[in-house]
Design a protein around this ligand. Structure first.
Ligand SMILES: [Zn+2]
Length: 350
């Protein structure tokens, strides 16, 4: 679920983002834009041709979903070792690159959400890995429902939606991996880096050699971070953004929208702008509460993240959770307090 809304204007400024450097209209083989010499990682057979835009970085190919992977689509990452073919997540675009995905042996999920599992129904033969904190969500619908934390009345409609729109199937066979797990693909290694907050088990996946870092739903979008599910955590998200800034990489790939960064300075600037959204949201809440004390439900009604006219099955639950996390943070910082009616009030010094 997720960062559905996005400012078109902010993301379509030519030259504004690194991904524009890397999106190519036809398949590209290894080399070219790759910042290190990657060697030959092919499995001995040529890449299947596809009309889906893609970019190549050593052993990694990125297939871009519609609108550069904007939700509900995403960007498909495929990693070719000398003896194993792996995929990071399976967004909707996975269903349009059948020849590329069909021989995949391993799928490493960055986390469990419907838009990252939309091609798993095609890959019954593949081993699916997911971080141990998201494993229940990948393995069963009750697990995914608990992970979302939706109101019980919303669950049947949500199930119908993800089956219809995302080809949802649970993967009871999903294998749990811990932080720091390493996969060997033959001349290529993948390291799991636990970066929770979006979900409890959200991870980045680092491909070596090459330093290609898939950062999942830390998507650097203009919308900002999403942490509206039951397993989301604002404090963990802040820590993950700080940890991400310190990871040594050459290429950064997002699940959605921003696509690919090949320039560290541009990536760092985008990460700072993305992280700044957290404090901007605190400030917006403080401004609302300064105007008048409000209860949680009154704030949910007014909305912090999504426009009031935006209607989705999950949006009110996501607003409630997101606002609640910010209120908890502001309470802990003693910037707000609750009055005798339970409404939140700005402390004078804040
Ligand atoms: Zn997600």
């Amino acid at each position: 679920m997720l960062t559905v809304l996005e400012s078109e204007s902010s993301d379509n400024v030519p030259g504004n983002d690194g991904f524009r450097d890397a999106i190519l209209s036809s398949p590209v083989r290894f080399g070219g834009r790759f910042p290190r010499s990657p060697g030959d990682f092919s499995c001995g057979s040529p890449l299947p041709m596809t009309t889906t835009p893609m970019a190549g970085f050593g052993p990694v190919q990125v297939y871009f979903g519609e609108k550069n992977g904007k939700y509900p689509d995403g960007n498909q990452v495929v990693i070719r070792g000398s003896d194993t073919l792996a995929a990071f997540d399976t967004p909707l675009v996975a269903n349009r690159i059948g020849e590329v995905l069909a021989p995949v042996d391993l799928v490493m999920l960055s986390h469990a959400h419907e838009d990252h599992m939309a091609g798993l129904h095609r890959l019954a033969h593949a081993q699916v890995y997911v971080h141990e904190h998201d494993a229940d969500a990948a393995r069963s619908w009750p697990g995914l429902a608990a992970h979302y934390g939706l109101s019980p009345a919303s669950l049947p409609a949500m199930h119908d939606k993800i089956v219809t729109e995302f080809h949802y199937v649970p993967r009871p066979d999903a294998i749990a991996y811990p932080d720091g797990h390493v996969w060997e693909l033959g001349g290529v290694r993948i390291h799991a880096v636990h970066l929770p907050g979006h979900t409890a088990g959200h991870c980045a996946l680092l491909v070596e050699p090459g330093g290609i870092l898939f950062i999942g739903d830390i998507d650097l979008s203009g919308f900002g971070p999403y942490y509206g599910d039951a397993s989301s955590d604002l404090a963990a998200f802040r820590q993950s953004l700080a940890r991400l800034a310190g990871i040594d990489a050459n290429v950064w790939v997002t699940s959605h929208h921003r696509g690919v960064y090949t320039d560290r300075a541009r990536f760092a600037a985008a990460l700072r702008a993305y992280a700044a959204k957290l404090d901007e949201r605190n400030q917006r809440l403080l401004d609302l509460l300064r105007a008048a004390p409000r209860s949680l439900e009154e704030l949910v009604h007014e909305r912090l993240i999504y426009p009031p006219e935006y209607q989705e099955i999950w949006v009110v639950d996501a607003e409630r959770r997101t606002i609640g996390l910010h209120l908890d943070e502001l309470l802990a910082q003693e910037r707000i307090r609750q009055d005798e009616t339970g409404r939140y009030v700005v402390r004078v010094a804040s």
